[in-house]
Structure formats: structure tokens, C-alpha cells
Design a protein around this ligand. Structure first.
Ligand SMILES: Cc1cc2nc3c(=O)[nH]c(=O)nc-3n(C[C@H](O)[C@H](O)[C@H](O)COP(=O)(O)O)c2cc1C
Length: 305
């Protein structure tokens, strides 16, 4: 497209376009690389990495729901050592920003993970997952606790100069309070939202369809919730926001930016259409051209009351 600037800067994280692939939906890039051109994508957020490898929850871990899906993967991942030796070298081959998502069950563990990874040149920012609904320790235990979120942000920031993004949970009464705490504690951006707690039962067996009983709801069903949460954060804080939740196409992406997102992540759609990211990039450029928008960043928070 002619002269339209799709680049964005989210709290110091520079992206060639605002499209990020959401954590847990493309593995470490390897699960999608053969189906799309990762070089065109703004950035990839890795599957949550923890200090030690995790097996995750027993199956059944995924179930389809009306306009969405429930997952209770339980943060299965290869652990930091393998991430460094096997996953980073693969991801380095692509011209796309690498954002490393970290999960942990103690504040010290978050800090230790970032300390180990901070000098990896390939990593452009850290996304701290304080909002996984599918694990017993860490996850929502932190995501629901303002003081813990503040402490994690401050401690992680003290060991790295790279942008630190805190991934917030929608399973709280006032998400903007969490965004404010992140800002006060030195965080560079927030990403919102992680999945919503949900469940689904088989009426014949009278048993939950997911072994973990509850899972995280994602996909189109959660888009209105995600938009409302991003709007709430935008109205109450000036921290940059990465919008996540139910984005399936460029129109959803435009909506997310209008309410306040500087960039956005796409998750569930990657399972249905691995080329969605590229289609969204061209849709955004066409939209900008049609509406005489020279820089995509002009869209961010352009709805104001
Ligand atoms: C199968 C699956 C696995 C996920 N794993 C993670 C994860 O490891 N860490 C994390 O922060 N979010 C994880 N998420 C949440 C997504 O990154 C995203 O926040 C959520 O799916 C909402 O976006 P969507 O509606 O576009 O899918 C996962 C989502 C799905 C569907």
C-alpha cells in the first residue's frame, strides 16, 4: 500500500506492524512457520516458558464451544534450557520481533527466568503471564492480587532494560486497577486479555468435557469482553495496551485499536486460518488508505469520550 506507515511503538517495543501472534497458539513459531510467512508478522509471543519443563494438565485439554474454545493446557512447555538451545535459534531465522512470555509460580522464579534470558539479543521484550487460569500455583493467584502484580513488575524490571509487558486477567472486577499498578511499578505496557474461566459438561456422562474441569475461554465469544476491558484500561491509565481476545479479521483489529490498543495479538484464529495475520495486515493497510490514515498509530484510542 502506498506510503502507509504500519509501524508501532508499544512502550519501547518497536514493531513493523501491530500484528502479534498470541502466546500458546503457535508454539515457538515452529507450529505455524510452514503455513504462513512469519517474516511479515509484527511479532511472535512465545508459548509461556517456565524455569523447568512442565508437562501441563492431562487430556482432554481442549474443547470447542459456541464461537470459541476452552483450553486447559496447564502451561506445558520445554523449560528455559531447551528454549534457549532449541527454540531461540529457530525463531532467530525470521525477521519478526520475538517476545518471550514467562510463567512462574513464585516472584523469584519470574525474576530468575528474565535474568537468564535478558542477554538473548533475539528477545525484544518480555510478556509476563500473571493470568493463566489453568494452573494451581502462580497464574491467577498472582493475577488477582494487586500487590503481587506490582511486586512482580518491579522485580522483573529491576533485572532487564527490555520492555516488560504484563499480561492481565479479565477474571477480576476492575482490570484498570491492575494496569495502574503495572504503570506505577515501572512496567512498559500491559496486554489484555488472557482467557476467561469457563467450563462445559457432557450431558450424557454428566462429566466435564475438560479433565481440569474448568478451562480458559477464547475466540470470537470473548471479543466484546476484551474490547470493554481495553477501553476501561485506556480510560483510566496511559500505559500502552496490547489488545487480545477474539480478533478474527482486520475489522476486529481496527475495533481493538479504536478502543485503545497500540498493537494486538491473535490467538484462536491461528488454529482456523494460519494466514489470518497476513490477511489482517493487508486489510489494515487498505482500511487506512480508504480512510486517509497515514500512520496506523493514529487509530489507537481514537474513540474518546
Ligand atoms: C490453546 C491455547 C493455549 C494458550 N496458552 C497460553 C500461554 O501459554 N500463555 C499465555 O499467556 N496465554 C496463553 N493463551 C491465551 C492466548 O494467548 C490469548 O490471550 C487468548 O487465547 C485470547 O485471545 P484469542 O481470543 O485471540 O484466542 C492460550 C490460548 C489458547 C487458545
Amino acid at each position: 500500500m502506498n506510503g502507509i506507515d504500519l509501524s508501532v511503538n508499544v512502550g519501547g517495543l518497536k514493531l513493523k506492524n501491530p500484528v502479534l501472534l498470541a502466546s500458546g497458539t503457535v508454539g515457538y513459531g515452529n507450529e505455524i512457520a510452514e503455513f504462513t510467512d512469519l517474516n511479515k508478522i509484527g511479532g511472535i509471543v512465545t508459548k509461556s516458558v517456565s524455569l523447568k519443563p512442565r508437562k501441563g494438565n492431562p487430556p482432554q485439554r481442549i474443547v470447542e464451544t459456541p464461537s470459541g474454545m476452552l483450553n486447559a493446557i496447564g502451561l506445558a512447555n520445554v523449560g528455559i534450557e531447551k528454549f534457549i538451545t532449541e527454540k531461540i535459534p529457530f525463531l532467530k531465522k525470521y525477521d519478526t520481533a520475538l517476545i518471550c512470555n514467562i510463567a512462574a509460580s513464585t516472584v523469584e522464579e519470574y525474576v530468575e527466568c528474565v535474568r537468564i534470558l535478558k542477554d538473548e539479543d533475539a528477545i525484544k521484550a518480555f510478556e509476563i503471564n500473571v493470568s493463566c487460569p489453568n494452573v494451581k500455583e502462580g497464574g491467577l493467584e498472582f493475577g488477582n492480587d494487586l500487590k503481587a502484580v506490582g511486586r512482580i513488575t518491579e522485580k522483573v524490571k529491576s533485572v532487564t532494560d527490555k520492555p516488560v509487558i504484563i499480561k492481565l486477567s479479565p477474571n477480576v472486577s476492575k482490570i484498570s486497577e491492575f494496569a495502574k499498578v503495572v504503570k506505577q511499578s515501572g512496567g512498559d505496557a500491559v496486554s489484555a486479555i488472557n482467557t476467561l474461566v469457563g467450563t462445559s459438561f457432557d450431558i450424557n456422562t454428566r462429566r466435564p468435557k475438560i479433565k481440569n474441569i474448568t478451562g480458559g475461554l477464547s475466540g470470537p465469544a470473548i471479543k466484546p469482553v476484551a474490547l470493554a476491558k481495553v477501553l476501561e484500561i485506556k480510560r483510566n491509565s496511559d500505559i500502552p495496551i496490547i489488545g487480545i481476545g477474539g480478533i478474527m479479521n482486520w475489522k476486529d483489529a481496527v475495533e481493538m485499536m479504536i478502543v485503545g490498543a497500540s498493537a494486538f495479538q491473535i490467538g484462536t484464529v491461528n488454529f482456523i486460518n494460519p494466514n489470518a495475520g497476513l490477511e489482517i495486515i493487508s486489510g489494515l493497510a487498505e482500511y487506512c488508505e480508504k480512510h486517509n490514515i497515514k500512520k496506523i498509530s493514529e487509530l489507537t484510542g481514537s474513540y474518546q469520550i
